[in-house]
Write a new protein. Sequence first.
Length: 121
Amino acid sequence: MKNKKTLVLGASSNTARYSNMAIKKLLQFGHSVVAIGLKEVEVEGVKVQTKQVPFTNINTVTLYLNPARQKEYYNYIIDLAPKRVIFNPGTENPAFYELLKLNNIQVEVACTLVMLSTSQF
């Protein structure tokens, strides 16, 4: 299995949150994880950043932000130049899909947790 460095955007230390479950499951599957959220916390050893850190070699960005909250991250995500962006349930954003496609970034409207469990990640 290939390690796909993943940015979890909208990360939370709340164990009931899907972003929290995604961090744990990504690590469990051997992927390196970086995260951005509202609070500086730590999830399974992953430090959650609160600023738009210029991470490198990001393969996948998985979104846990509603479309209105995504706007401030459009340029940031495009500048990271990931191979793909996963829009988890509740984050669907057709306007952003178009921007990403124009920048040759693959768009997946899916659930990261399901993708991992079914070997589609």
